[in-house]
Write a protein that binds this ligand. Structure first.
Ligand code: TYD
Length: 152
């Protein structure tokens, strides 16, 4: 499964993004969830970051990536992730530490409705690169339309 990037960022749709249920090792002493590259996510994890202390009513994201893959996990609390491929939007509620949302390149994402004390863990396929961001929605629309034009 490693590096099976068979849909380009320009062609990706929200239906190519999915919730992944990760293995949960339940124990009286507490639970443990593992994310295995190759088995759980179709990319090698190069970077991990997390959002925390998010003030009530705040939203994050509001951008797309040209090549970056991500797995987004609510390791504590809950929040909503709205994905947008330029045509269709899908909103996912992340509220379990063993659920990960796989987000492909070329998808605009917005995170909001953070519960108090929630922590958003993100596993990413590449190191931080500002050039990989599309931060303007009009630029995003153009990026997605380039595809359609090039595949006509
Ligand atoms: P950004 O990705 O815009 O945050 P969000 O999508 O969660 O709202 O990043 C916010 C700031 O953090 C931005 O100025 C760049 C910095 N940053 C890094 O330096 N390295 C990273 O890996 C990430 C994700 C962000």
């Amino acid at each position: 499964m490693k590096n099976s990037y068979n849909i380009s960022g320009t062609d990706s749709t929200v239906y190519d993004c999915s919730l992944i249920e990760m293995p949960k090792h339940h124990h009286e002493r507490g639970n443990l969830t593992v994310v295995n590259t190759e088995q759980t996510v179709p990319f090698d994890v190069k970077r991990v970051y997390y959002l925390y202390d998010i003030p009530g009513g705040e939203s994050r994201g509001g951008h797309a990536h040209k090549a970056l893959w991500q797995l987004i996990v609510a390791v504590s609390g809950s929040f909503s992730v709205t994905l947008d491929d330029g045509h269709i939007k899908r909103t996912f509620l992340l509220n379990r530490p063993y659920l990960g949302l796989l987000v492909r390149p070329g998808i605009w994402r917005t995170l909001d409705d953070f519960s108090s004390g929630s922590v958003c863990l993100v596993l990413a396929s590449e190191h931080y690169d500002e050039d990989d961001y599309i931060r303007d929605y009009n630029d995003f629309s153009r990026f997605k339309n380039e595809t359609s034009a090039s595949t006509l």
